[in-house]
Design a protein around this ligand. Sequence first.
Ligand code: CA
Length: 345
Amino acid sequence: MARKSLSLFCAACMLAVTVPGMAASQYHPEVAAHRGASGYMPEHTLEAKSLAYAMGVDYIEQDVVMTRDKKLMVMHDVFLDTTTDVARRFPDRKRKDGRYYACDFTADEIRSLRVSERFNPKTGKAIFPGRFPLNTTIEYRVPFLEEEFQQVQGLNKSTGHNIGVYVEVKEPDFFAKQGLPILEATIDMLTRYGYNSPDSRAILQIFDYDAVRKARELGWKGPLAMLVEADGQGQKDDAAVHGWLQTDEGLKELARYATIYAPDFALLAVPSQDGKSYTRSDLGDRARKAGMKLHTWTFRVDSMPKGFKTTKDVMDFCFKDLKLDGIFSDFPDVVVNYLKENHLR
Ligand code: CA
């Protein structure tokens, strides 16, 4: 009798506590710093990662590519020539297509390169002219995945926070064809740093559906995000697979492996032909119905998505309409501030 009264009392307490504002307090969308705070500092430098950390994000992103001697380095492109001085330092090392591939260089050679703000290798001009200056003499270096983990875990220790990592394996099929087991090595490294568990503070993200499935076969137990884009990957012709991943059948199949569905923002807010408006798609709702969380990419204040005029318009769409679970941003502080102002963190 006493136990029953107690449980009734507890149920009443919960009701009293949970009813007012319950929906708002339960909804805590997460912010991932895209290539670090890349809107403010050269992408994928440890400096840009520290800045992002200080902005109060939930996750810091690492894009991973592999060197010739099988070391995991952090860079967005499989090419070195859009963010480093490789063309000046190693002019004879380009392939027939004129590009410098990370997988043709050793880790020591990569370490000798200097990183700058992103630029067009043909014109030498900055991709985002309003961002950090292109020509400085600061010696930013390419980080390695292990160093990124040490830095985030080091900051977690010294600050008492528990910020996560959001690790993308770039082009696993391309690297496998070069004899470089990038997926296996990335999962090994995550495991070595204590990240391989279902409640992990590491999310593994991949554009390649075969690799998403293989990640589970290889024993990845943590959160797993399927990145989806209309055109598929750069080095693999898989646009048809990405189309299928937007069907109910594809979503249901995918949900056996992936815990997060992470489409390009343009698949959620589909731009009109003239780019002046957009249509809200039901893709995110269907992905959720299939049992996955919904993340998207990439929010940039200096490159607004088509059909949106202001930052607030984009943020309201993301968090009041779509109710995203997470978003990547080059300007993570803008998202963090919006969420704070709207009592979502
Ligand atoms: Ca990425």
